[in-house]
Design a protein around this ligand. Structure first.
Ligand SMILES: Nc1ncnc2c1ncn2[C@@H]1O[C@H](COP(=O)(O)OP(=O)(O)OP(=O)(O)O)[C@@H](O)[C@H]1O
Length: 119
């Protein structure tokens, strides 16, 4: 049990590190809070919340993995190397794909409800 709690602490420290050091993580977090606020206002159904929350957590998790890859590459390859570039660019690509997914979820779930409110 102690080991489990210690691992949980390390994981939390990782998330906090990403939040402290990555501007994009702060932007994603601010976007997540805005989306949750809008979702509460629009009274999303439970299944809609599942999609929205999954999209939010997917972006935050991708940003954490991107931060991990950047740190690992900076330690292991301080000099320019094509594979170091590939690793960082792929990790950044993962964040971009997650962000595109979240935009699609917002478009298909939130946008029609927002239109209904204003039209
Ligand atoms: N060691 C390296 N070898 C080759 N190319 C690198 C290396 N480090 C970074 N690059 C290239 O430069 C780009 C920017 O690198 P940088 O270290 O600023 O990462 P970043 O993804 O912009 O991270 P940050 O969020 O810290 O700005 C990378 O996406 C990669 O294409």
């Amino acid at each position: 049990m102690k080991g489990f709690i210690r691992s949980f602490g390390y994981a939390l420290a990782g998330i906090l590190y990403a939040f402290r050091t990555q501007r994009n993580m702060k932007v994603h977090f601010a976007a997540a809070i805005s989306v949750v606020t809008v979702g509460l206002f629009l009274r999303l159904s439970p299944s809609e919340w599942v999609d929205v929350i999954f999209a939010i957590i997917f972006v935050l998790a991708a940003e954490c993995i991107n931060t991990a890859v950047e740190a690992a590459v900076d330690v292991s390859s301080p000099h320019k190397h094509p594979l170091a570039k590939a690793a960082k660019d792929c990790a950044a690509g993962a964040v971009l794909l997650a962000a595109i997914n979240s935009l699609l979820v917002a478009y298909f779930i939130l946008w029609p409800k927002i239109l209904k409110v204003f039209l």
